[in-house]
Design a protein around this ligand. Sequence first.
Ligand code: FAD
Ligand code: DHB
Length: 394
Amino acid sequence: MRTQVAIVGAGPAGLLLGALLHKSGIDAVIIEQRSPSYVLSRIRAGVLEQVTMDLLDQAGVSARAHAEGLPHDGFELLFKGQRHRIDMHALTGGSRVMVYGQTEVTQDLMDARAAAGLTTVYEAANVQVHDFDGATPRVKYEKDGQTHTLTCDFIAGCDGFHGVCRASVPEAAIRTYERVYPFGWLGLLADVKPVTHELIYAHTDRGFALCSMRGNTRSRYYLQVPLTDKVENWSDDAFWAELRNRLDSEARDNLTTGPSLEKSIAPLRSFVAEPMRFGRLFLAGDAAHIVPPTGAKGLNLAASDVGYLWNAFADFYNDKSRAGIDTYSDRCLRRVWRAERFSWWFTSLMHHFPETGAFGQKMQEAELDYLVNSEAASRSLAENYVGLPMNFGA
Ligand code: FAD
Ligand code: DHB
């Protein structure tokens, strides 16, 4: 089989790239190691920046996000038992975010791909990338016991943090930066009405909590937990009781509980691999970088990488220009490091770090007090939260 762009991974990055390339008349095949239902079963991100919505618009896959997503103009910070609203819309001169789950984005992209008759090979085993330092890269994989080779002009490594693409780059050609945090997030999804109509980020001496949602009748809540905790030891009742402990009295009274649809623990990590291009192999999304989830930047960064890569390939095929290809890594990394900084800062501000003790807690409370009372500080938080434009600082 031959294609112009071989995409490894059918998560949001790979599927969005496939949709955008199709709009530009560029042929792409996606190779995914899991089944469609497995990909859809992963409950992850929930907040889309305008930059991501714009790319979904350009890919022609945003109708349901506009119809069913919840536009949010603000969110709340809870500390010392009081909630304070950050009015993103006013502070940024009109920006907002869209609350719409990653599962739904993935479903919309899968449906559009199927409707257009585009090729996605699911349940491909032993995927390998070869010859990306030459003119004719190849992706090899096994399907139904047979070995297949996909020849292409370029490989897009959209295969997530544990994927094969980054791992196939010679060690001497890549540099990585990493911070692992000493706690995880226990997430719970339930068909109950959200506790408020906006998100609450809660700082407490028991640890961080986040109240989010997936619509007007489905809630997504998170608790900071020690990495040693096991999800099977957290009953639904224990989760709701601990969440209550981390909320203010009004939210406690308004909290509706119910049986969980899903519960899982995610470790928190900051990670960047540099560069993001190796000859004809381009990394995008979690394959190249991870942010801790506080502030919801992971999926949005994956989308903006894909935006740069789509432009680079469109320039190459339509205008015979290599400029986008040659600047891809640098352009992505500037945006990636800004989001890494924001996610690290917001994580450091909101979580309980046992090793920093009571002094560390006081520093966080003082910074939160400054943040909600200084318009300059609130604006800085708001402009990062809604997402910086793709050409920021260009
Ligand atoms: P992925 O979604 O990881 O997709 C990669 C795809 O590649 C997968 O389908 C995988 O099966 C496939 N693949 C892997 N290896 C191979 C291989 N060898 N061959 C072929 N295919 C392969 N972000 C937020 O913004 N907010 C959140 O609340 C949030 N919560 C998260 C919770 C968890 C538990 C995790 C893990 C991440 C969370 N994120 C969150 C991050 C966000 O989900 C990711 O940034 C986003 O999924 C990145 O998309 P991606 O397509 O780059 O990678
Ligand atoms: C969600 C996750 C986040 O990390 C965040 O900052 C906001 C919302 C969510 O899953 O809904």
